[in-house]
Design a protein around this ligand. Sequence first.
Ligand code: NDP
Length: 327
Amino acid sequence: MFKALLVDKPGDRYQCTLTELDDAQLPEGNVTVRVAYSTINYKDGLAITGRSPVIRKFPLVPGIDCAGTVEASTHPDFKPGESVVLNGWGVGESHSGGLAQKARLSGDWLIPMPAAFTPRQAMAIGTAGYAAMLCVQALERHGVTPAQGEVLVTGASGGVGSVAIALLSGRGFRVVASTGKLDETGYLKDLGAAEVIDRALLSAPGKPLARERWAGVVDAVGSHTLVNACAATKYGGAVAACGLAQGMDFPGTVAPFILRGVTLYGVDSVMAPKGKRIAAWNALAAELDPLRLAAITHEITLAEALAAASDILAGKVRGRLVVNVNK
Ligand code: NDP
């Protein structure tokens, strides 16, 4: 038997409970992983609370991320004892996921644990941090450089935002952090933000074009915030959009795209091909300062993950939550 969170829908009642499962309840898969750590991402918050229809099969173990050790494998790339990381691929949505002491997965979804990281550090990064690197790499491919000017990070105190600030400041950018938590200004500056602004400046309807300020943007928020970020992006600049913490809508105009040649990149971590994942994880290993990573990490237990799911949706979580599934 092993401990797991389980989402079920008896009748029409959506519930997530801490329970015990046995191996027979594991799904199909050619690699069995003894999980060490998982994490709570924004999407896990949606899945655990049922706020959005993230889970598409019941009952299901939530958790879009996990890190641990291979216990059994018939996949040619993985042998028992090897350390692995899983992000996305529909795990924790349509295939039982990482918020458990054991997971059964397809070896095609796994990547070897980068040597630079412990399983706990890999989950402190998690999908949020790996998506932050995908955003940074989108700006890099576009050719955005520190010499071109400031970059904006929205949802700054959250998981994607915190990691994006650390990465962009590490690359020499002047990072402006937009947050609803101005009392976290010290935390954001310690991560590398040069300036912290109130997200209220970006979250209300704005003009189609604003004063050109940003060479690049990492946006985890969507809605008016994303529209206003595009409207203030400099001629030829780029915006990497990965999130919807304010909303899924895009209530804007095409003005920034057709009058200033601004490019809006969509960033998806869930179905990103393996090569792109490994490149992102290698870059995280090379660039992410372990002290900054430690500063954004807060560890909780599997039981505490239930309440944390509501907290993350309420925007109350700072940085990243790692879940020690064995506590
Ligand atoms: P977090 O909850 O950790 O961070 C989101 C942050 O957004 C909050 O901390 C808060 O920051 C800000 N925020 C929350 N509510 C609002 C609001 N109503 N208006 C404006 N800002 C708000 O989540 P993650 O960092 O894990 O994820 C961020 C987003 O990115 C989510 O929508 C998530 O689904 C998405 N995502 C997408 C991925 C992809 O592959 N495309 C991968 C990973 C995440 P502050 O208080 O500092 O303003």
